[in-house]
Design a protein around this ligand. Structure first.
Ligand SMILES: [Fe+2]
Length: 230
């Protein structure tokens, strides 16, 4: 299993522009997280301190997002289904995939390195047989002119657990671990194993105000059913 992302074309440039216009029109629903990051939709990782708020927001946002982006979602589900060679559904008891919106006026230092573990915070309300595979995806809709992407390291969560590596020791280890920067392209989805170490790459150059807008989500296999969520 590779730690690298694979890329697939999902939308043409006109479809990306349409999606971005809708996201802008829904700006009253954006939720701010610090100075530059907004979300449209409600990801688990922003809500782990208050999961009852997460479930409430999931209900509200799922309706709003589906009503506005169902065509985009259908296309994404087709690509994800082709990737896992099985049908992928939205699991609407939790958040469906939503949007990261970075509004940048200065260079961005990048996100922290992490493993995607949102499935650990969710109550799936079903007897679960989880296959040992969790997938993350990012579909770029608008990017700064100087580009944007993801840093990935060849270090899995399983390896960290089995070797008893402490999370605070991981940054010091990364210099000796195989790694890669992969750049995003507007209209293409990046699909990768979210249990490999990764982080949003820095953006060195920003001209005026620029945006980095992506659709974000995960898929998980529960009881032999693939479901997409955020
Ligand atoms: Fe992540």
């Amino acid at each position: 299993m590779s730690y690298l992302a694979k890329f697939y074309e999902v939308l043409n440039s006109g479809e990306c522009e349409q999606a971005v216009n809708k996201i802008e029109k829904l700006s009253e629903h954006w939720e701010a997280h610090g100075n530059v990051l907004y979300t449209l939709g409600s990801p688990v990782y922003q809500n782990t301190c208050n999961m009852s708020a997460y479930y409430y927001k999931a209900k509200v946002f799922n309706e709003l997002l589906w009503a506005n982006f169902n065509q985009l979602y259908e296309k994404v589900l087709l690509v994800l289904s082709a990737y896992v060679m099985d049908e992928v559904f939205f699991y609407k008891n939790v958040s469906i995939p939503g949007f990261h919106i970075f509004v940048l006026e200065t260079p961005y230092a990048g996100g922290g390195m992490h493993f995607d573990l949102p499935h650990q915070s969710l109550s799936w309300k079903m007897p679960v047989k989880i296959l040992p595979r969790f997938i993350t995806f990012t579909l770029a809709l608008e990017l700064p002119k100087s580009g944007a992407g993801i840093n990935l390291w060849n270090l899995s969560y399983d390896e960290v657990m089995s070797k008893g590596i402490r999370f605070q020791d991981i940054p010091a280890l990364t210099g000796s671990i195989q790694s890669a920067y992969q750049s995003y392209e507007v209209g293409k989805i990046a699909i990768f194993e979210g249990l490999y170490l990764h982080g949003i790459a820095p953006i060195q150059l920003v001209e005026g105000t620029e945006k980095r807008i992506t659709l974000q989500g995960h898929i998980i296999n529960l009881n032999n059913t693939w479901m997409a969520y955020w």
